[in-house]
Design a protein around this ligand. Structure first.
Ligand code: SF4
Length: 540
């Protein structure tokens, strides 16, 4: 049963992320958990600002702990939203994939914002593959209204099938604004613990039974996606041989170009997954060629190869009809439809200055990187690994101080491996929030082997890059935490980093890099933007 709540008639202009947040609140969540990450951050920001009393809304250490907290809420029979960016789902992959095998109680919806075009991410991965991999349902909005409606519906679907449901967003939906009419809110339900614990204990004998249950649910899930109002098929009588399949935001780009085609191809839109195979076959009956317009990976394009015999020509991102990388745009879709280019108003000739990303003026990382460069001066084979955060800009001029930035928390493990391999001194540079996210466990590896390396934690007291969300624990907790892991107190230092203390930090780094064992230095100074943010007058 899908949500059919009557609209209250309140119309707002909302970001897709805001619409997801309000949809979840109006669906009666009792909790929401998240770790900040563009373009998903605004979902939790909105819930924190708008959730009624009694709704738990928390930033967590990382996406895995967020997902696990959400599982606990579902176990208690209450609805819960967990949100993250696409690479965050990699961190949460273990509980996410396994949670498809437990009997979800209260609806569990995971809103994941993908970033095709990599506006603020290290890859373009497409979360629809992970929903498919987990064998769960997925909804993909193409507007803020759909983001609101689908979020509400996702909770119903989760409870109906006893599985988590993934809501897949892309940057243009998360950060695009359009009108949303909200519906009558539903109140959070009571605590109602799931009755059969065996459905949640994934020891092999139970897991085999639960896996069979999940497999047996697949046919019903496909029936649901076939019947979904988000699967729409319009068969055209105009026989030019072309059928178009759109998914998510692809529909918007396609519809923008249709008037220029001079005819209307048959059109199947997919907003609900598993891919509705029967609808694909009905579309194919009347056409010879199918163009798939989807943002991200060629997920539908590749999947329908298993649905259709080979006599259909299927085009899309994999075939080269659309670019395989970058964001889908109305212009690339236009070209794939065989239309001529539209005239552009370019900015060439305006002499606009290039504006490469850079650290804020007054950012404490300036002083830390100045110290790092000074400490490394004259060394033969140093290696400086780093991490995800504003300090990744240390890769660019004027510092060019770091050599790696792969994924959250990777700097410490990578420095350990490089040191083990003989690259020394090995220096790992990591922010406080990233350290708490996933730097603690690799530091345990380094402690266990007293690895010859130095860790420099830049404690600016905030998650700077995503808009100054609070670091999970105060900076004062870092030193006892690190000491508690077993780092030698003689090689654990906390220093306030100011422009006047650059030489002092450089000297400390040199001393500890010369030490044949593990050392940790915490350089403390608050992010200048966080200070400004705190001093900014608040709206009443
Ligand atoms: S937001 Fe904060 S941490 Fe990031 S560059 Fe600006 S001052 Fe530095």
């Amino acid at each position: 049963m899908t949500t059919t709540a009557k609209r209250t008639g309140i119309v707002r202009i909302l970001l897709g992320d805001e619409a997801v947040a309000l949809g979840a609140i109006d669906a009666g969540i009792s909790a929401a958990y998240s770790y900040p990450g563009t373009p998903a951050t605004e979902i939790m920001e909105t819930i924190l600002a708008a959730a009624p009393p009694g709704v738990t809304a928390q930033w967590t250490a990382n996406e895995k702990t967020a997902y696990e907290a959400a599982l606990g809420t579902s176990l208690a029979g209450r609805r819960v939203l967990v949100s993250m960016k696409h690479v965050g789902l990699n961190v949460a992959a273990d509980p996410f994939i396994n949670s498809a095998l437990v009997a979800i109680g209260g609806g569990l919806v995971v809103a994941v914002a993908d970033d095709p075009g990599m506006h603020s991410s290290q890859n373009e991965q497409d979360s629809r593959y992970l929903a498919d991999f987990a064998r769960i349902a997925c909804l993909e909005p193409a507007s803020s209204q759909e983001a609101y409606d689908m979020t509400r519906e996702a909770f119903d679907v989760s409870e109906r099938f006893g599985i988590p449901v993934l809501l897949r967003l892309v940057t243009r939906i998360s950060h695009g604004r359009s009108l949303v009419t909200t519906a009558t809110p539903r109140r959070p339900g009571p605590v109602a613990k799931v009755s059969d614990a065996a459905d949640w204990i994934l020891i092999p004998s139970n897991a085999r039974r639960q896996w069979r249950r999940l497999l047996d649910t697949q046919a019903a899930l496909e029936e649901w996606s076939e019947a979904s109002p988000h699967t729409t098929l319009e068969v055209s009588q105009d026989d030019r041989g072309l059928g178009v399949i759109t998914a998510g935001i692809g529909r918007n780009h396609y519809l923008e170009n249709v008037p220029d085609l001079g005819y209307t191809p048959s059109h199947l839109h997919i907003g609900a997954y598993p891919i509705p195979g029967a609808a694909v076959r009905r579309l194919a009956e009347g056409v010879r060629r199918i163009l798939v317009v989807e943002d991200g990976y060629p997920f539908v394009e590749r999947s329908i190869g298993g649905v259709l015999p080979t006599r259909w020509e299927v085009q899309g991102r994999a075939s080269g009809a659309l670019p395989l990388d970058g964001e889908l745009t109305p212009d690339t879709v236009r070209t794939a439809l065989g239309l001529s280019e539209r005239p552009h108003v370019g900015t060439d000739g305006f002499g606009l200055p290039a504006r490469p990303p850079q650290l804020c003026k007054g950012c404490p990382h300036h002083d830390s990187f100045a110290a790092v460069l000074s400490a490394l001066d004259g060394l033969d084979t140093p290696v400086v690994t780093s991490d995800i955060g504003c300090y990744a800009l240390g890769a660019l001029p004027p510092y060019r101080a770091i050599e790696t930035c792969v994924c959250m928390g990777a700097s410490i493990g990578t420095a350990k491996g490089a040191s083990d391999a003989g690259l020394r001194p090995a220096l790992a540079v990591i922010g406080d929030s990233t350290f708490l996210h996933s730097g603690v466990t690799p530091l345990m590896d380094a402690v266990a082997h007293d690895t010859d390396m130095t860790v420099l934690i830049l404690d600016n007291g905030t998650v700077g890059m995503t808009g100054q969300q609070p670091t999970l624990l105060p900076g004062s907790s870092l030193e006892p935490l690190i000491a508690g892991l077993g780092v030698d107190p003689g090689h654990l230092h906390v220093i306030e980093i100011t422009p006047r203390r650059v030489d002092e930090l450089a000297a400390l780094l040199r001393k500890e890099m010369a030490h044949h064992g593990l050392s940790v230095i915490v350089a403390v100074r608050e992010c200048i933007e966080a200070i400004r943010d705190r001093r900014r007058p608040r709206e009443q």
